[in-house]
Design a protein around this ligand. Structure first.
Ligand SMILES: C[S@@+](CC[C@H](N)C(=O)[O-])C[C@H]1O[C@@H](n2cnc3c(N)ncnc32)[C@H](O)[C@@H]1O
Ligand code: SF4
Ligand code: SF4
Length: 307
């Protein structure tokens, strides 16, 4: 097993040595840029409040000054590369789910054509990963982060409200089962296709704290590493508490027996640019484009391109 892991690490090392979210040692040396091209989401996590606009000034996931339009992607990336040194990775991390927005795939095509040297990265809840892993590999995406918060539907049903799949909204345990099945299937297929997988897990003390280690055990042969991030209590979880530093440390140490842990995550916005620690946004660029005034994204905007 250890031998397998070492082989896997070696196979991926040309990418992981330059990706700040797959390699703690360089997280403060190499930059990344998130393109906020994917506003819609196909599940409803109880902790997630997606917002756009100037007053959405918090540095946390699900927030962007505005949605970046396809016609602006090239200009924006040129500006980022000119103004911010050492950006090597371009990622799509929302503000919704990358795989539920056709703009993600169109953006990846633009990047391939205009910026072929940037490493392409996406993050997703994984519901559609078994449908799109091949397309991602064909588009030369190298790294995929999948958020897995529970692999037991009894636990996941308390973390998500519903899952939109096969043109229907599935509530409770039924939705949880669909999500878990698709995530695990998608992760295995993406791994076989040569994609490098990181697992994000939101640590929610009252709900999944003692279960997170089961996620690490289940996915140890397919994921490269795990990124356990503390709950930011929001939306339908605003009454819950964030984990203490001690709790985060303990859970990471338990999980590390099965999967290497990433401990430098900045819980970035969907429009962050530069070094993780800088928490930078190119405000000038978005100011021009920013027509959405402090808009909360509609969680029921479920138009999907393949329907
Ligand atoms: C906004 S999501 C975008 C990508 C994709 N939809 C997903 O969920 O993986 C990026 C990451 O932020 C996390 N996140 C969102 N809201 C959060 C919160 N309130 N506290 C902690 N993590 C949160 C998600 O779980 C996910 O790992
Ligand atoms: S999948 Fe991502 S964007 Fe969608 S609700 Fe969950 S955290 Fe938010
Ligand atoms: S949210 Fe974490 S994994 Fe994603 S870009 Fe920021 S530091 Fe990297």
């Amino acid at each position: 097993m250890e031998e397998n892991r070492q082989k896997k690490m070696l196979k991926f090392s040309h990418i992981t040595k330059v990706h700040p979210c797959f390699n703690e040692k360089i997280h403060d040396k190499v930059g990344r840029v998130h393109l906020p091209v994917a506003p819609r989401c196909n599940i409803a996590c109880k902790f997630c409040r997606r917002s756009l606009g100037k007053e959405a000034c918090e540095h946390r996931p699900g927030v962007a000054l505005s949605v970046l339009k396809l016609e602006d992607v090239e200009n924006y990336l040129n500006k980022v590369l000119k103004e911010i040194p050492n950006v090597k990775v371009v990622g799509i991390a929302g503000p919704g789910d990358s795989l539920f927005n056709k703009e993600t795939f169109e953006t990846l095509e633009i990047i391939n054509e205009k910026f072929p040297d940037l490493i392409k990265c996406i993050s997703t809840n994984g519901l559609l990963l078994n449908k799109y892993y091949k397309k991602l590999a064909d588009l030369n995406v190298k790294t995929v982060t999948v958020t897995v918060n529970a692999i037991d539907p009894e636990i996941l049903k308390d973390i998500i409200e519903w899952v939109y799949y096969d043109k229907k909204i599935h509530h409770g345990i039924e939705g949880a089962k669909i999500l878990i099945e698709n995530q695990i299937d998608g992760i295995k297929k993406a791994y076989d296709e040569g994609l490098i997988i990181k697992i994000n897990t939101v640590l929610i003390p009252e709900i999944n704290m003692e279960h997170v280690v089961d996620i690490a055990k289940e996915l140890k042969d397919f994921a490269y590493m795990q990124n356990i991030i503390p709950l930011i209590p929001l939306y339908k979880m605003k009454h819950l508490r964030a984990p203490t530093c001690e709790e985060i440390k303990r859970v990471r140490e338990e999980c590390e027996k099965y999967l290497p842990q990433f401990r430098a995550c900045g819980q970035c916005r969907a429009d962050s640019a530069g070094l993780i620690k800088e928490k930078k946004i190119l405000e000038d660029f978005f100011k021009e484009k920013n027509k959405e005034k402090n808009k909360k994204l509609d969680v029921f905007d479920l138009k999907h391109f393949s329907h």
